[in-house]
Design a protein around this ligand. Structure first.
Ligand SMILES: *Cc1c(COP(=O)(O)O)cnc(C)c1O
Length: 402
């Protein structure tokens, strides 16, 4: 599909480190010889002759037809993501949800059954329980960490296991390797939403997952600027997603692809700093007299700490902490911050603070809320790149009033 050859051949790419791939992979240079990758803001592409158009349309000659199908800038983003996740094929989408939907539409049909971790992004729950249920796809929800519960609900119709690790907001950690084995024993696919750690800190395909999906809106962009998503995996599993996408139209805009492609260049740097800052705040909060508990897999007492050390290269940029005094106390801390943003987004340079029980997780039933450990005194912090000393002062404004 490319007009110009890639600068690095696939042989060279295999031997490069993550940091090098993040800035050098997925790069095509046009005849203008630009150093920074160009942005291809065009809906269609031209041909020298009717015969060439026919050949490109027929797939006999490489080339682009229409941006809903392929676009050089979108492909560069896909290729860079493939290199970073260690995947054979990739498909960029308009948003993270479009990636989840695309994978589901390409690999599920009426009568199929999905097993999904309970502590998962709220809209993903809605997608499975409303949108896909409408088409006769049934979903069971289980504890992310209880392997026996996953095994117990699997039946002959089960075609997909879907999870997100670490979970939001408590940072529970799933055993990807064990769940891949459970999935494959039943001829089902394991799909992992790797949004919270990114390939800089976790590569689920290497642990046996079949497909990795991302909301590129979060850490991949990393600066809270634009929406995007991507699914990566083997050619065999991703090509049906591309076919669905071309018909469904949930394609990534070339402008957003360019922003995301640039975002990947600093991904490792940013993730390391998100981890360092989150770890510092986790320790500080754990010792704070007004804080009852801190949930972060980088703390040794966290139930997922050992597994996190095994399958992750860092603990991520999200933590949750609990204050005594329920909703009133939690809201006091949230309302007292002056630097930190009161918003539910995450994966941004700017630290954000949220009350999960009344925002991101407000649609859960009381029973599910309790099962998920989402108490009213819980506060989620998605830690950005500011000085942690300034962030401590900001949090102390409310904590000192409790
Ligand atoms: C935000 C998010 C999504 C959805 O992505 P959008 O880009 O908002 O569509 C999916 N999974 C996780 C874990 C997310 O945080």
């Amino acid at each position: 599909m490319k007009n110009q050859p890639e600068l690095l051949d696939s042989q060279t790419i295999q031997n490069l480190a993550f940091e090098t791939l993040a800035v050098r992979s997925g790069t095509w240079r046009s005849e203008q010889r630009e150093h920074s990758e160009a942005m291809y803001l065009t809906s269609s592409f031209t041909y020298d002759s009717a015969a060439q158009a026919a050949a490109v349309f027929a797939g006999d000659e490489p080339g682009n037809v229409y941006t809903r199908y392929t676009n050089p800038g979108v492909r560069m983003f896909e290729e860079r993501m493939m290199a970073l996740e260690g995947a054979e094929e990739g498909c960029a989408t308009a948003s993270g949800m479009a990636a989840v939907l695309g994978v589901a539409m390409a690999h599920l049909k009426t009568g199929d059954h999905v097993v999904c971790s309970r502590s998962i992004f709220g809209t993903t729950v809605t997608l499975f329980t409303k949108t896909l249920a409408q088409f006769g796809v049934e979903t069971s929800f289980v504890s992310l960490t209880d392997l026996d519960e996953w095994k117990a609900v699997i039946k002959p119709e089960t075609k997909m296991l879907f999870l997100e690790t670490p979970s939001n907001p408590l940072g529970e950690v799933a055993d990807i390797e064990a769940l891949a084995e459970i999935a494959h024993d039943s001829d089902a696919l394991l799909v992992v939403d790797n949004c919270f750690l990114t390939p800089a800190l976790q590569q689920p395909l290497a642990w046996g997952a079949d497909i990795v999906i991302h909301s590129a809106t979060k850490f991949l962009d990393g600066q809270g600027r634009c929406m995007g998503g991507v699914a990566v995996g083997s050619k065999e599993l991703i090509e049906p997603v591309q076919l669905w996408l071309r018909a469904a139209g949930a394609c990534l805009s070339p402008f957003n692809a360019w922003v995301l492609h640039k975002g990947l260049e600093t991904l490792k740097l940013r993730m390391d700093m998100h981890c360092r800052n989150t770890q510092q705040l986790a320790w500080w909060l754990a010792e704070h007299p007004k804080v009852v508990d801190v949930h972060y897999s980088g703390l040794p007492h966290h139930p997922g700490a050992d597994l996190a050390r095994k399958q992750q290269q860092g603990y991520g940029g999200v933590l949750a902490f609990e204050v005594d005094g329920g909703r009133e106390a939690a809201w006091k801390v949230i309302d007292s911050v002056q630097i930190i943003s009161r918003t539910a987004n995450l994966g941004d340079t700017r630290t954000t603070i949220t009350h999960p029980a009344t925002t991101t997780h407000c649609r859960l039933s009381d029973e599910d809320m309790q099962k998920s450990g989402l108490v009213e005194g819980l506060i989620r912090l998605a830690v950005g790149l500011e000085s942690t000393e300034d962030l401590k002062v900001d949090l102390e404004r409310g904590l000192s009033q409790l």
